[in-house]
Design a protein around this ligand. Structure first.
Ligand code: ADP
Ligand code: MG
Length: 246
């Protein structure tokens, strides 16, 4: 369902992703862990084509794209691939001048060209889903960080993506707000959404992940089921990374 082969990305001289291969079954949750600066965000941003990979292939749902160093990516292919995934960022990137409802309608109107009424109905259903129906008309600054992040989740889902990408969705939140956001993500996992989640919340990771990968310096060091990777890591780098968190 989601297949990435030989994905590389460099910023100038620095190669940040060094040939990443991964497969993700429809309906499964992949958790990505790894030290700061190891390339986790870059990987997610490449899947959403917020960064253009240098080389490799990405297939998500019906979309399939090959990247070649030096060749310009075709705009229409980029848009098709981008439409397959919805991204939730670490800090809430809501439009400050739009209400919660308008934030969740925006992508539907621009990307999908949905009719306004239909977009509104869908946005209200999604806000209800994340427990914020009554905040539909609030502006981002009137919402707590946790609420803003839940609007961010509703927004990511609004274009009906095949895949949801979460980049440290709780790491900018005060501790007491983390739980409400994890609860929403947990429910989505239960519903069988296909998701890729970068997180440092190891307890949560263990609970929601079907598979876990550890990335270090742009390569996948280890991959496994959560009980295996957390309970009995095979690679020294995984052991070191996990022991630093304990
Ligand atoms: P992580 O999310 O695992 O902390 P990132 O993917 O954000 O790591 O970053 C990996 C490396 O790529 C870091 O060294 C970072 O400085 C570099 N990097 C990320 N984005 C850019 C960019 N837009 N321009 C230049 N360097 C970048
Ligand atoms: Mg990051």
């Amino acid at each position: 369902m989601i297949e990435v082969r030989g994905l590389t990305k460099a910023f100038g001289e620095q190669t940040v992703l060094k040939g990443v291969d991964l497969t993700l079954e429809k309906g499964s949750v992949l958790v990505v862990i790894g030290p700061s600066g190891s390339g986790k965000s870059t990987l997610l941003r490449c899947l959403n084509v917020l960064e253009t990979p240098c080389s490799g292939t990405i297939a998500i749902g019906e979309a399939n794209m090959a990247f070649t160093r030096g060749a310009k990516a075709k705009r229409s292919d980029v848009l098709t691939l981008r439409r397959q995934s919805g991204m939730v960022f670490q800090a809430y990137y809501l439009f400050p001048h739009l209400t919660a409802l308008q934030n969740v309608m925006e992508g539907q109107l621009t990307t999908l060209r949905r009719a306004k009424e239909e977009a509104k109905e869908r946005a209200l259903a999604l806000l209800t889903k994340v427990g914020l129906r009554e905040k539909a008309d609030a502006y981002p600054h009137q919402l707590s960080g946790g609420q803003q992040q839940r609007v961010g989740i509703a927004r990511a889902m609004s274009i009906d993506p095949q895949l949801l990408l979460f980049d440290e969705p709780t790491s900018a939140l005060d501790p007491e707000l983390v739980r409400e956001v994890l609860k929403v993500i947990r429910e989505l996992a239960k519903e069988g959404r296909t998701m890729m989640i970068v997180t440092h919340e190891m307890k949560f990771a263990r609970e929601v992940a079907d598979r876990v990968i550890l990335i270090d310096e742009g390569v996948i060091v280890e991959e496994g089921r959560p009980e295996q990777l957390f309970g009995d890591p095979q690679q020294e780098r995984t052991q070191q990374f996990l022991s630093r968190l304990m």
